[in-house]
Design a protein around this ligand. Structure first.
Ligand SMILES: Cc1cc2nc3c(=O)[nH]c(=O)nc-3n(C[C@H](O)[C@H](O)[C@H](O)COP(=O)(O)OP(=O)(O)OC[C@H]3O[C@@H](n4cnc5c(N)ncnc54)[C@H](O)[C@@H]3O)c2cc1C
Ligand SMILES: NC(=O)c1ccc[n+]([C@@H]2O[C@H](COP(=O)([O-])OP(=O)(O)OC[C@H]3O[C@@H](n4cnc5c(N)ncnc54)[C@H](OP(=O)(O)O)[C@@H]3O)[C@@H](O)[C@H]2O)c1
Length: 257
């Protein structure tokens, strides 16, 4: 049996010159928890060329959606950026990852802190009805260089709050907080700086991080992950895992090579 399902690309959407999303068929046998990632890619010269990708779609959806960077000369994405409806996408049979709700202790407010394509796993999580049962409030922050990189902004602001099943819960409990670092916008600055200055908490009407009530998931570039981890550990937060749930969990949105 091959290590990969062969799925068919259904739709492709290019957000900017550097970012795109695509949707493919989903084998009913492919199971995952919201927030997890899988190895996906293309068959190149008879061999699979795959990379880790977080699922944007929730685990109850019939199709699989992904959100991708286009790395100039990147072995996979320089080819993946040209995929079209009808092309074949390889999807690894096993999903895994740390950004799952069961790795967190119970709490009141859940912070989902993303930079760049690190938004992807959190889209799956905010589509999960269970997350609204577990937390009273969910804050999703997305920091990008430029405003045009705020992919899924309209989905989070307009479509999700109108959703037949999730709409009421999302409208009541979910706060979306986009920030930019290379041009001014409604919230300007790195999320790390906005946390340290207290600006984030003022803007959303919340108290600063409190280990008793707040839980945090982080997904971004390696430096952002490291800095955010230090901020939390300085406040006594302990990282959670599958063996021992904690106050926060992290995953790198990509690895520097
Ligand atoms: C757990 C995990 C989950 C991931 N999920 C996603 C995802 O949902 N969407 C996605 O686009 N990528 C994701 N990635 C990154 C992805 O695995 C690949 O690195 C990416 O698709 C580029 O592949 P490549 O072969 O073109 O270039 P690579 O050789 O893999 O990467 C070349 C360089 O490009 C930069 N880079 C790679 N990916 C990114 C990125 N996403 N954002 C910013 N810079 C990047 C890094 O500097 C890297 O060293 C994830 C990585 C990990 C470890
Ligand atoms: N996005 C682009 O327009 C662009 C253009 C050409 C090439 N690239 C290359 O593509 C790759 C990915 O770019 P990307 O913009 O998706 O990812 P990125 O470089 O990780 O930046 C994403 C966001 O994270 C912020 N950030 C970076 N380090 C941080 C830290 N330590 N703490 C908190 N926030 C932090 C950035 O702010 P800052 O702006 O302050 O760094 C930016 O707003 C990079 O290798 C980049 O060189 C990107």
């Amino acid at each position: 049996m091959s290590a990969f399902y062969e799925e068919r690309v259904l739709r492709v959407h290019h957000w900017t010159e550097d970012l795109f999303s695509f949707t493919a068929t989903r084998s009913p046998a492919f199971r995952f928890e919201n927030g997890q990632f899988a190895m996906i890619g293309l068959m190149i010269d008879g061999k699979p060329l795959v990379r880790a990708y977080s699922m944007v779609s929730a685990n109850y959806e019939d199709s699989l959606e992904f959100f991708s960077i286009k790395v100039p000369n990147g072995p996979l994405t320089s080819r993946l950026k040209d995929i079209r409806e009808g092309d074949t996408l390889l999807v690894g049979r096993k999903a895994t990852g740390t950004l799952v709700a069961d790795n967190l202790l119970p709490g009141r407010t859940l912070y989902l802190l993303a930079t760049g394509t690190g938004l992807a796993p959190f889209l799956s999580i905010v589509k999960d009805p269970m997350i609204y049962d577990r937390f009273e409030r969910i804050i999703l922050t997305h920091t990008c260089r430029w405003e045009r990189e705020h992919a899924y902004r309209d989905y989070l602001r307009e479509t999700l709050p109108q959703d037949e099943i999730l709409g009421e819960m999302a409208a009541e409990k979910l706060t979306y907080y986009p920030t930019t670092t290379r041009e001014p916008s409604e919230h300007t600055g790195r999320i790390t700086d906005l946390i340290q200055s207290g600006r984030l908490f003022q803007d959303i009407g919340a108290a600063p991080f409190d280990i008793a009530t707040d839980r945090v998931m982080i997904c971004g570039g390696p430096d952002m992950v490291q800095e955010t981890r230090s901020i939390l550990e300085a406040r006594g937060f302990v990282e959670g895992s599958g063996n021992a749930p904690g106050h926060y969990v992290v995953e790198k949105a990509f690895v520097e090579k």
